[in-house]
Write a protein that binds this ligand. Sequence first.
Ligand code: UGA
Length: 440
Amino acid sequence: MSLKLSVVGTGYLGATHAACMASLGFEVIGVDVDHAKIEMLAQGKVPFYEPDLEDLLAEQIKSGRLKFSKDFKDIADCDVHFICVGTPQVKDGIAADLTYVNSALETIAPLVKAGSLVVGKSTVPVGTAARLRDRLIAVNPKADLAWNPEFLREGFAVEDTLRPNRLVVGTTNDQAEATLKEVYAKNLADGIPWIRADLPTSELVKVAANSFLATKISFINAMAEICEAAGGDVTVLAKAIGYDPRIGSKFLQAGIGFGGGCLPKDIRAFMARAEELGAQQALEFLKEIDSINLRARQRIIELVRKDLSDDLKGKKIAILGAAFKPDSDDVRDSPALDIAAQIQAAGALVTVHDPKAIANAQKRFPALNFADNVEKTLQDAELVLHLTEWKIYRELDPAKMKSLVKNAIMIDGRNALDRTAWRNAGWKFRALGRADEMAK
Ligand code: UGA
C-alpha cells in the first residue's frame, strides 16, 4: 500500500511539497497553524505567487489525494510527516528563530503513530535535528526523525521539487532511508543523485549551498566595484570567467545583490551558529559577503544622487520591480524595496511597479506610491530605476517609454536591459559595474 504523507507548514516550501507529492500518487494532508492559509489552499488557491503551483494544487485537490486541515490530529494515521515551517531571522540578532520548528515538533510528537517517520525539510542551524530527534523519541519512542533539506528556488518551486538536482537524506537508520527511498522512488528511477549523510552533515549541506551561492553573487559584485574603479565592465568579465567550467556562468549576475527569505538570513544564522560552536573564524568571510551585498544597495543610491545633483527632495523617481527576484511576489528582504524606501526617505517622490508583488510591498511599505502599470509609473519621472529583472521590463519599448518621462535616465540595477536599444532611443543609461555607464 502506498505511503500516506503529511506536510506541516504550508508556505512556499510546504504547499509546493504537498502538491508535488500528491502528483506522484501519494495521499497527502497539509496542516498549518495559519487557518486563513489552510482555507485558501483547501479551495485550490495558492496564497502567494508561484508559477505552475496553482494549477497543480487544484488538480491534486480534485483528484482527492491532496487535503488540507486545520486540525493537526488529522495527520495521525500518516506514515511520513514533513516539517516545512519557516526559520526566519530573530528580531534582535542574526540567529535563526526556531520557534516554529520547535512548536511543530512539540505538536506532532504525541500525535504520530508508532513506526512513523518525521522528516525535517526546514533550513535549521546544525544540531537542531539531533535535538528534535531526541525530543521526538522521548515523547514517542517508536517514531524516528530524519533530515531532508530542500533546495527549491522560488519561481521554480514545482520544477525543483519534482526534478531536484540531488536528494540529501540525513539518517543513520536503514529503515528511515528505505522509507524515504519509497517517497522519492520516481526521482531515484530518474537517476537523481541520492546522498545519505548523518544528521549534522545533512543540515550543513543546505547552509553551505546557500552560503556558496551568496558568496558567488557577492564575489561578482565586488568585481563590479573594482570595474567601476578601474574602468572595466563586469558583465564582460562575468561572461569571460564563466566559461571556465570550474567557475560556471550561473549566479554571476552583478547588480543590487541578493535578498529574499533565504540567502540573507541563512548566512547570518550560519555565522551565529559557528560562533556558538567556537568556529566563528571559519565563517568570518560571510560577514564580508553580507557587507558587499548591502553595499550594492548604497552604490546604486549613490548613482541616483549623482544623476540628480545630489538632491533627491521632491524628485519624481520611477522604480521597476519590488519583488526580491522575478517570477515571485516575495518581498522579504527585497533589495528593490529597500532601495525604494531609502530613496523615498531622502525626500524623493517614488512610484513603484511590480507585476506580482505590489500587494505584499504595500503591506510592508504603505508610505510608498504604487502604480499598476509601467506607463503610469514612468509618467513625468525624472529618473527610472530597474531593480527586479521581470521579462516584461526587458520587452519595454525604450522610444515609447521616453515619451512618458521628464528626464530619460535609466539606471539598470540588474544589468539585464539591452543598453544599446535604450541608448539608441536617447536614454542616458547607467548600470553598476560598467565604468562607461557610471554617472560622470
Ligand atoms: C535560494 C537558493 O537558490 C535555493 O537553492 C534554496 O533552496 C532557497 O534559497 C532556500 O533556502 O529555500 P531563492 O531564495 O528562491 O533560492 O532565490 P535565488 O534564486 O537563490 O536568488 C536569491 C537572490 O539572489 C535574489 O535576490 C536574486 O535576485 C539574487 N541574485 C541571484 C543575484 O543578485 N545575482 C545572481 O547572479 C543570482
